[in-house]
Write a protein that binds this ligand. Sequence first.
Ligand SMILES: [Zn+2]
Length: 403
Amino acid sequence: LSNAAFDKVWRNARLATLAPAAAGLGVVEHGAVASRAGRIAYAGPEHDLPSPGAAEIVDCGGRWITPGLIDCHTHLVYAGNRAAEFEQRLAGASYADIARAGGGIASSVAATREASLERLVAETLPRLDALIAEGVTTVEVKSGYGLDGPNEAKQLRAARQLAAHRPVGITTTFLGAHALPPGGDDKEAHIARVCNEMLPGVAAEGLADAVDAFCEGIAFSPEQVARVFTAARRHGLPVKLHADQLSDGGGARLAAEYGALSADHLEYASENGVAAMARAGTVAVLLPGAFYFLRETQAPPVALFRRHGVPMALATDSNPGTSPLTSILLAMNMGATLFRMTVEECIAGATREAAQALGLLRQIGTLETGKQCDLAVWSVDTISELIYRIGFNPLHLRVWNGQ
Ligand SMILES: [Zn+2]
């Protein structure tokens, strides 16, 4: 066993490597992937696989292997849910009626503040398991339902703990500028607290890998977001932004100005904003689950992203209010059906482009030598079936970190 060149080889497979140098999906017929110490030691044609062999060989029976899927935008950690509110809305209640009765985001904040750390983890694990069951190997998780120092920190600690319970990569994002805390500060005071108390606390504890904000008329202004981004920069944390979801608030351009990893939603982004994103290398993270659940009608400007060469990622935006979605495969199908993305764009959107949106493209997102060995093996004849089918999970096996 000690003489084996590789820990494990997955052979007799078709690969979608997503390698940037290759055309399209980087397809390799008759391919194999080999791992050593949790990393990809080889990915390519099986007949070029170096010998001697491996401690363990897995025959994939001609199945497809893609990089493990990446959900790069979620609000997965929260307590309670908003099913009752959903039901009231279907029965004719307005958003204003629901807000007056203590519903909306305020109810998620109240439930999340009430919950212990252990309870938050326990309520989140079934949602995480649903993602894992579809071949997801990395999940981004935002705070934003605590909205004060201790509760934002609790949410981020719960997110970090998920990685101790399941074989999955978790990245965390501080979203203190998500909404106004119920019954508390006004917007200016909340932003001051985010910049001067909450963000420094979170950074000091190493609880966040990035900082996010919600730039919208119903949330925070570009000027307020800029202050949060400046504070993030001071603490050496990269930024991303909920931008131009419901109106063109100049969010795409603002994100680009701060060299954001990603700008997310972007239904109303202008061409100026898209061009600025291209220059800054900011990824467009598209979230069809929220578009669907809110019955929006303006799709994000996919043609502009293509024309300007902005990479498009796809994510679930899993959250209790506007996207109670825990299926990355459905998000990929919706990217095609609702946003007219191609099959290649949808697959790249949940692998390579999602990795770039997290600043992790050097570690994950493609099948290339040296990257973490995160794989999804699929029982499909053609890779387009991953996008075409609805409510069907063809995952055969999932490998995270070589295991
Ligand atoms: Zn979101």
